[in-house]
Write a protein that binds this ligand. Sequence first.
Ligand code: DAH
Length: 374
Amino acid sequence: MNSTIDKKLAELGVSEAAGLAPLFAEVRARFDADAAVATDEFAWKAFRDAWLGRKNGVLARITDNWLKPAAPELKRAVGAALNELRAHVEARIEGRRLAIESGAGSATAARDAVDLSLPGVTRPIGSRHLLRQVFQEIEDIFVSIGFSVVEGPEIETPYYNFEALNIPEHHPVRDDMDTFYLELPNGAATPLLLRTHTSPVQIRTMEKHEPPVRVIVPGKVYRRDNPDATHSFAFHQIEGLAVDTDITFCDFTGTIDYFVKQFFGASVKTRFRPSYFPFTEPSVEFDVSCPFCGGSGTAASGGTCSKCKGAGWIELFGAGMVDPAVYGFVNYDATKVSGFAFGIGIDRLAMLKYGIDDIQVFFQNDVRFLRQFP
Ligand code: DAH
């Protein structure tokens, strides 16, 4: 290789002198690395001038320093290599210009260099299950009026699930809750069962705290029910309990009415009917005026409203004033305190509010269902 070329190459910062091909390859590699940086118009112009500038561009300098002084026997080869390089440089510079103009400059550059300014890759993370959303909605309403959220165990002793709630061993209401007992080793201190309602957490809360108590208890409960459109062996409740020295029946119905209006809309009405629960006295069942037909019992189409079956009212949940007998189990003075309790079926409320007619869809986790409640 001609020594003039070697010297000029050294000037350009290109050190390889072993032969023509590696020399031009090295220049080309430098060019390609530079090209990746030309991602906007400004950078592209500087890049173009650096390589194609008439006087001081790299190609002009190669012409002056390598081609012109080359020995006659090398001229053809240097000329051919230079032409090839020029074709590559011009095509690539034009390509960058088009890419920048069409806004794809950074995407093209990303092939050559990691562009840290690009937004990250977003992966879908799903959404909350409708039941979770309804839990949250109800919790928010009660928290806003001074209730706290507490939880309790899903595996309970009969004492908390029944006895302390004033349901002694042979009481007929246990039939409704015929349920799942755990198989335990012989000699276990107490039988254990999957709780049949969230009410045991009333007892657990009052055992730990002196009045005043205002809590709601979201959770899962279990009963030996055969699955159909309205029954499942696992379902969800929110228990409520408020106990203080001066809580009246008016506080009770006012609180429930407030909750129901917040949940279904200000235009609904509530009513209560006498009922029976061993742990409340008096006990009631709360109804809401049918939110679908406005309480008329007649559908917009003129026929009977299918939601309330023409009744104009829909049964919501059980509640009542805490039975004084329950206070005896938690060492509260029944002559000094009073309070109310309620037990809301979440699945049922979610079905009502969102027009779902089969409870099983909550547990099947079919994404076509879940996606309707983002
Ligand atoms: N625990 C009852 C059930 O699961 C629901 C209930 C009714 C809870 C009345 C209460 C209440 O706290 O006062 O059937």
